[in-house]
Design a protein around this ligand. Structure first.
Ligand SMILES: C[S@@+](CC[C@H](N)C(=O)[O-])C[C@H]1O[C@@H](n2cnc3c(N)ncnc32)[C@H](O)[C@@H]1O
Length: 236
């Protein structure tokens, strides 16, 4: 129910719907899946896999999926040798990369490496924070549309869909940039307060409300989502 998790998933689902991509029966790979919230929203017949740096997260997400009767191939990845990970030797119908690119020193290098992980006819689905007016100490990139288009162009992807949305936490950004103290506690409370209505309303109503909220309050979108595919997938 935490908004900071559900908001990313709802925006990803909106982009998939906009791009006409259904997840049923598809192979779905989540790079840096964190708490694995996206998997919870995948149909039971989707084939799930992913990598994550935090071993505790991997255990928790596997347990969560098992309780739901879902199987997944989830493996630990080390930064030092991420590019030769066995799960990156395969290809997937949907390659999700949510709030990871802003952590990378060289997003183009990453995007180039994972091109071959996108099945012919498959998609790369990316999400990043935008309009950050408070510096986040964990982020080494400050993405905007021009920068994202530049990365994709250089790495050899065709952009299919781009959208900025999710203005609800824009003014609360200072609360989310710290990892402890009262601001962190306030951020968690706000996250729960927004997470419940967002989950209940679903992405269609929630992001329509986002446009209205933005127009009334002047809040800018806090996230961008983009759907793209490699110009040509290298022969295997
Ligand atoms: C903010 S979390 C995003 C988690 C989840 N995808 C989400 O949207 O909530 C960033 C993830 O990126 C991955 N990551 C962070 N820095 C990285 C790096 N330098 N190289 C590779 N992966 C990295 C980690 O696995 C981490 O879980």
């Amino acid at each position: 129910m935490a908004y900071m998790r559900i908001a990313k998933v709802l925006l990803a689902l909106r982009a998939l719907s906009g791009g006409g991509v259904a997840l049923s029966g598809k192979s779905v790979f989540d790079y840096g899946f964190g708490s694995g919230t996206f998997y919870r929203h995948c149909p039971k017949d989707a084939r799930l896999s992913g990598v994550e740096m935090d071993a505790e997260n991997i255990r928790d997400v596997l347990a969560m999926l098992e309780a739901r009767g879902q199987k997944a191939d989830l493996q630990k990845i080390e930064i030092e040798n991420w590019s030769i990970h066995p799960l990156l030797q395969r290809s997937y119908d949907v390659f999700l990369c949510s709030h990871v690119l802003e952590h990378l020193a060289d997003p183009v290098d990453f995007l180039q490496r994972v091109r071959s992980c996108v099945e012919p006819g498959g998609v790369f689905l990316g999400l990043v924070p935008v309009n950050e007016w408070v510096a986040n100490p964990h982020h080494v990139q400050v993405p905007d549309r021009a920068k994202i288009e530049g990365w994709l162009n250089t790495a050899g992807y065709e952009l299919l869909l781009y959208e900025e949305n999710d203005p609800f936490t824009y003014y609360a950004m200072p609360l989310y940039a710290v990892d402890s103290g009262w601001k962190h506690a306030a951020a968690r409370a706000l996250s729960l307060g927004l997470g419940v209505p967002a989950s209940l309303l679903g992405w269609r109503a929630w992001f329509t409300l986002g446009r209205v909220f933005s127009a009334l309050s002047g809040a800018r979108p806090a996230q961008a989502v983009f759907l793209c595919r490699p110009f040509s997938v290298p022969a295997k």
